[in-house]
Design a protein around this ligand. Structure first.
Ligand code: FAD
Ligand code: NAD
Length: 405
C-alpha cells in the first residue's frame, strides 16, 4: 500500500514543533514526512527585536534546521512556497512542486500596514533575519554618517517606532540600551538622539495590566523614549512620518529611521491560494483543520482560533503556535492510523513576559505579576524552553541565554 505523504510548510515555531513531534510519533513505514522552508535555518522570531537593535548578533537567533530534524525520517526541502493548489493537493514552489496527502501550513505572519501611504517604501519592519540585519545596519549607518557631514543633520539621530504593542515595546527596550553604546562608539552626544514611540490606542500595551504598563513606560521614559499616545501614524515619507491625534491635522516628525511595529497579518500565500481568511488568517476548526479541506491544517500566525471565554481571537504568539504544532502532530498520526476522532485544540496560557532590554522586563506568569531582574530571568527561561522543546538540551547549550543578574 502507498504510504501517505505529510507535507509541512514553514519551519518556524509551529512547523518545526509539528515536525519534531511527528518524527517521534510516526514510524518510517507509516508515512513520508517532508518539511519545506525558504531558508535552511530556523530563526527565533521572538528574539528579532534584539537582532534588529543590535544587542544580539543575528547568528545567535538562528540555527540550522537539519540539526534538529531526524534526517532518516524527514526530507527537508529548502524552497519558497508560491501557492497551494488545495483542489489538486499540490504545493507550488519556486523551484518545483510537491504533492501531499496531509498538509500543515505554518508560514507565519507578515507585517500589516493597513494601506498607510509610504510605510512599505520607507519604514523598517521586524519580521525576519534579513529585516533585522538591515535595520541594525541602517541605525548604525546613521550614527556613523552623522559626524561625517559638515552641516550636522540631527534627523539622522531621530528614530520613530510605530506601535506600542509587545513588539514595539520590546524593541524600544533593546534600543534604549543600545543607544548609549552607539553614542560612545561614534562620538555622538546622547542628548542629540531622539526616540519617539507613536501609539494609536489610548495606552501603551493595550489590554495589558496597567500597573505593569506604567512600570514599562516610566523605565523607557527614564532612558529617553518619548511616547505619543492616542496618536496614529498617517503617512511615511523619505524624511520621516506624519502623525495625527484624533481628527487633528497631521503633523510631521522628521526621522532618519522609522520602524513599523504596529501589527501582523497572516501570510499572503493564504489569500493567494483562495482560502477564506480575515487579514490572511483562517478561522480553523477545533481540530485545526480548514473548514471544507479535511487534509489541510493551518497553525501559527496564519490561523485564527477563538477564545470562547471572551469570544475574540487569541493573539498570535509563539506559545500558541507551538501548542498547535504538538496537537497537529497527534492528529495527523491518528489520521495516518485511520482513526477518525481527532483532538480539539485547547490553549494552555502560561502567561506573557515582555522584555525591556536584556536586564529588565514585565510579565504575568501563572497569574502572578513580575517585574525587574526576576522578570528578565523568567524571559530567558521562556526563550530557553522553546529551544529545549524543539532541539532538547543540546540546542539550549548551543543557543541558550544564560546571563543572570
Ligand atoms: P514563524 O515562527 O514566523 O515561522 C514562519 C516560517 O515560515 C519561517 O521559517 C519563514 O521563513 C517560513 N516561510 C514564510 N513564508 C514562506 C514561504 N513562502 N515559503 C517557505 N517558507 C516560508 N510570541 C510569544 O509567544 N512570546 C514572545 O515573547 C514573542 N515575542 C515576539 C517578539 C517579536 C519581535 C516578534 C516580531 C514576535 C514575537 N512573538 C512572541 C510572536 C511570535 O514570534 C509569532 O507569533 C510566532 O513566530 C508565530 O509562529 P509561526 O510558526 O506561525 O511562524
Ligand atoms: P500588536 O497588534 O499587538 O500591536 C500593535 C500596536 O500598534 C497596537 O497597540 C496598535 O494600537 C498600534 N497601532 C496600530 N496602527 C497604528 C498606527 N497607525 N499608528 C500608531 N500605532 C498603531 O502587534 P505586535 O506588537 O507586533 O504583536 C504581534 C503579536 O505578537 C501579538 O499577538 C503579540 O502578543 C505577540 N508578541 C508577543 C510578545 C511577548 O509575549 N513578549 C512580544 C512581541 C509580540
Amino acid at each position: 500500500m502507498r504510504k501517505p505523504k505529510i507535507v509541512i510548510i514553514g519551519a518556524g515555531y509551529g512547523g518545526l514543533m509539528t515536525t519534531v513531534r511527528l518524527q517521534k510519533l510516526i514510524g518510517i513505514n507509516e508515512a513520508d514526512i517532508v518539511l519545506i522552508n525558504k531558508n535552511d535555518y530556523h530563526y527565533e522570531t521572538t528574539w528579532l527585536h534584539e537582532a534588529s537593535a543590535g544587542t544580539l548578533h543575528h547568528d545567535k537567533v538562528r540555527y540550522d534546521i537539519r540539526d534538529v530534524i531526524d534526517r532518516s525520517k524527514v526530507d527537508f526541502v529548502q524552497d519558497t512556497v508560491v501557492e497551494i493548489n488545495k483542489e489538486e493537493k499540490i504545493v507550488i514552489l519556486e523551484k518545483g512542486e510537491v504533492n501531499y496527502d496531509y498538509l500543515v501550513i505554518a508560514l507565519g505572519g507578515e507585517s500589516e500596514t493597513f494601506g498607510i501611504k509610504g510605510l512599505k517604501e520607507y519604514a523598517f519592519g521586524i519580521t525576519n533575519v534579513n529585516s533585522a540585519r538591515q535595520l541594525r545596519e541602517h541605525i548604525e549607518y546613521q550614527f556613523a554618517t552623522y559626524n561625517m557631514e559638515e552641516e550636522k543633520n540631527d534627523n539622522r539621530l531621530s528614530i520613530v517606532v510605530g506601535g506600542a504593542g509587545f513588539t514595539g515595546i520590546e524593541f524600544l527596550g533593546e534600543l534604549a540600551n543600545r543607544i548609549p553604546e552607539l553614542c560612545h562608539e561614534y562620538d555622538v552626544d546622547f542628548h542629540k538622539v531622539k526616540i519617539t514611540c507613536v501609539e494609536a490606542a489610548p495606552t501603551v500595551l493595550p489590554g495589558f495590566d496597567p500597573e505593569l504598563v506604567n512600570y514599562a513606560v516610566s523605565l523607557l521614559e527614564r532612558k529617553g523614549v518619548e511616547f505619543l499616545i492616542g496618536t496614529a501614524i498617517k503617512e511615511a515619507t523619505p524624511e520621516g512620518i506624519f502623525v495625527a491625534k484624533g481628527e487633528d491635522e497631521p503633523r510631521e516628525i522628521k526621522a532618519g529611521t522609522v520602524v513599523w511595529a504596529a501589527g501582523v497579518r497572516g501570510n499572503s500565500i493564504i489569500e493567494k491560494s483562495g482560502f477564506e481568511a480575515m487579514r490572511g488568517r483562517v478561522k480553523v476548526q477545533p481540530d485545526l483543520r480548514v473548514p471544507g479541506f479535511d487534509d489541510v491544517f493551518i497553525i501559527g500566525d496564519s490561523s485564527l482560533v477563538i477564545n470562547e471565554e471572551i469570544n475574540r481571537p487569541y493573539p498570535p504568539t509563539a506559545q500558541i503556535a507551538m501548542q498547535q504544532g504538538e496537537l497537529v502532530a497527534r492528529n495527523i498520526a491518528a489520521l495516518v492510523r485511520n482513526k477518525t476522532e481527532l483532538e480539539a485544540f485547547k490553549f494552555d496560557n502560561k502567561g506573557t513576559v515582555c522584555s525591556l532590554g536584556d536586564d529588565d522586563a514585565i510579565g504575568v506568569v501563572f497569574g502572578k505579576k513580575i517585574t525587574g531582574s526576576k522578570a528578565a530571568f523568567m524571559k530567558k527561561v521562556v526563550d530557553n524552553r522553546s529551544l529545549f522543546m524543539i532541539g532538547g538540551a543540546g540546542l539550549v547549550l548551543k543557543k541558550g541565554k544564560f546571563k543572570v543578574f
